[in-house]
Design a binder for this molecule. Structure first.
Ligand code: 1GP
Length: 245
């Protein structure tokens, strides 16, 4: 089954998904595989591999291969550019940072990466990527014109633009390690206007936050920082339970 169909089947069934983001630069590949396996056992629906700054072809390939051996759920690459693309993941989010001031992030990296994706036959899932305040590292390196937290209309406008351009998914990102997730009112607003799945990530650490985002209609809830460091099992389990309702 294609990864896109896997996501769309859950979306059609109105089942909120949880995805676990692992940065290949933050630990050795065998540790990444252990984290992925633990997350799978706790019910996460897919593993995303990605990071804003230090992803290399080497750490990406090693991490993707190790994770693929350790789990049955889809492994999706969440790229920061065309410099590293791996044949060892199941799919790539073929994404555009819609609110970047730098055309390279909007379409330049994609033009460099597309022939590689085609050559290795990787499943490409198109996704609009919108950075919301505070944006953290990804907002900085992506030179994002951040969507203000009190501007849900702007978030809706980006989402509609993505949808009208034929993008299959839209991701609202507060930035990894953000003090607060994307505002609930923003998720409610985009869900009332969009028909494509809405992904939210950045700063989600508690079951209460996950519950509020699920109730607002988020279709996919991503956590990354939560699995960094030891002893994450309990908090991850609580968050995943909250995502599943
Ligand atoms: C980053 O949205 C993800 O792209 C995850 O953020 O690390 O804060 O969970 P956290």
């Amino acid at each position: 089954m294609k990864v896109k169909d896997y996501i769309m089947a859950r979306f059609a069934a109105k089942k909120t998904m949880h995805m676990t983001l692992i940065d290949p630069a933050k630990q050795q590949y065998h540790k990444a595989a252990e984290i992925a396996s633990a997350a799978e056992k706790l019910g996460t629906d897919a593993i995303m591999i990605g990071g804003s700054t230090d992803v290399t072809q080497e750490n990406l390939d090693a991490t993707a291969q190790a994770i693929k051996k350790a789990v049955k759920i889809p492994v999706i690459y969440f790229p920061s550019g065309a410099h590293a693309i791996s044949p060892f993941t199941d799919a790539i989010y073929f994404m555009s940072m819609l609110n970047s001031r730098n055309v390279r992030m909007v379409i330049g990296e994609q033009v460099m990466g597309a022939p590689i994706v085609a050559k290795i036959g990787l499943e490409a899932i198109s996704m609009g990527y919108v950075i919301v305040e505070p944006g953290m590292k990804v907002g900085e390196v992506g030179q994002a014109e951040l969507v203000k937290r009190n501007d849900p209309k702007m978030a809706v406008a980006y989402g509609l633009a993505a949808q009208f351009m034929g993008m299959e998914l839209i991701y609202y990102e507060a930035g990894s390690g953000a003090p607060e997730p994307v505002p609930i009112e923003m998720v409610t607003a985009v869900k009332s206007k969009l028909r494509i799945p809405v992904i939210v990530g950045g700063g989600i650490r508690s079951a209460d936050q996950a519950t509020a985002l699920r109730k607002a209609g988020a279709d996919v809830i991503v956590t990354g920082t939560l699995v960094e460091g030891s002893g994450f099992a309990e908090s991850l389990e609580e968050v995943i339970r909250a995502v599943k309702g």
